[in-house]
Ligand binder design. Structure first.
Ligand SMILES: [Zn+2]
Length: 296
């Protein structure tokens, strides 16, 4: 059993990294990496809200699942609303359950926000504004990334950089149902780039090298990284301009990175070979059917 962390311990760690009153924070958190927290994700959320105070704003992605189209009858029963569960983990869902939480109006890329500017950012984020436009707006407004845990998927502005540079990819045929303002149920198809986030942490050494890191240190057992969103975005744009493959992950069986982008290697036979090799043990008819349905 490791150390038991209490709210006061986490507040001390957050302050040491540089988190302060009035911060506009974009969060990516691995609770598992932090270790044993008394009260779990709710305690970390309380610690953060106390550290940034009433002038601060906390924003986390709290996206909801999409499904290959056409959906199965069971999937058609799932209709995301503002309180919908997110696959983004325990911390994101603790935010969703908070009484002061606002959720972005986007039907799928539903950020959760608490604090002074929560309403403003969530209201502006819609299906029409794009999947990651909220992060672009945060970087302009002086936002700061706080990532806790080494394995969290980068800082998020990488998605904005990819959009700004106009990288193209083959859209996966997926979507989800949601309730429109007038109460009618509609289908939102995935129309943003998204992409595999396993390659995004490759940028982290560059953030250090090029001055995006405002602070770093332990949060519980995890590494906390506190970076300027404006700077991380600048570094990502500059790097990807010179090397558009930089954000692709190293997994040769990753369909998203190997096959879907205009800059992907797209070696079809090699990809299927690697995919089969990786998935051999868990291979089933339904898995192959899902892969086929997603990519066709
Ligand atoms: Zn990948």
């Amino acid at each position: 059993m490791g150390k038991l962390y209490r709210k006061e311990d986490l507040i001390k760690d957050l302050k040491e990294i540089g988190v302060k009153q009035g911060d506009l924070l974009h969060m990516k958190v691995s609770m598992k990496a932090i270790g044993n927290v008394e009260g779990g994700a709710q305690t970390l959320l309380d610690a953060l809200l106390e550290t940034i105070g009433p002038e601060g704003t906390l924003i986390s992605d709290a996206f909801v699942s999409v499904y290959p189209l056409p959906m199965t009858p069971d999937q058609e029963k799932i209709i995301a609303d503002d309180l919908a569960f997110s696959y983004a983990g325990a911390f994101a869902n603790a935010m969703v359950k908070h009484p002061d939480m606002k959720r972005s109006r986007h039907p799928i890329q539903k950020f959760a926000a608490i604090g002074k500017r929560a309403e403003e950012f969530c209201y502006a984020h819609t299906y029409e504004s794009g999947g990651y436009d909220l992060l672009d707006k945060m970087s302009v407004a002086g936002g700061v990334n706080l990532t806790i845990g080494e394995k969290v998927a980068g800082v998020g502005t990488t998605h904005v950089a990819i959009d700004i540079l106009g990288f193209k990819r083959k859209q996966l045929n997926t979507g989800a149902l949601y309730k429109d303002l007038d109460g009618s149920v509609k289908l939102a198809k995935v129309n943003w780039n998204g992409g595999c986030a396993h390659g995004f942490p490759k940028f982290i050494p560059l953030y250090y090298e090029k001055g995006a890191v405002l602070g770093s240190g332990k949060v519980g057992d995890a590494i906390g990284l506190y970076t300027s969103m404006k700077k991380t975005l600048e570094i990502e744009i500059e790097t990807l301009k010179n090397n558009p493959q930089f954000f692709l992950c190293d997994d040769k069986a990753c369909y998203s990175c190997q096959m879907t982008w205009e800059h992907s290697p797209k070696k079809r036979i090699k990809f299927y070979f690697n995919w089969l090799k990786k998935n051999f043990k868990t291979l089933s008819f339904s898995r192959i059917k899902t892969l086929k349905k997603t990519i066709s």
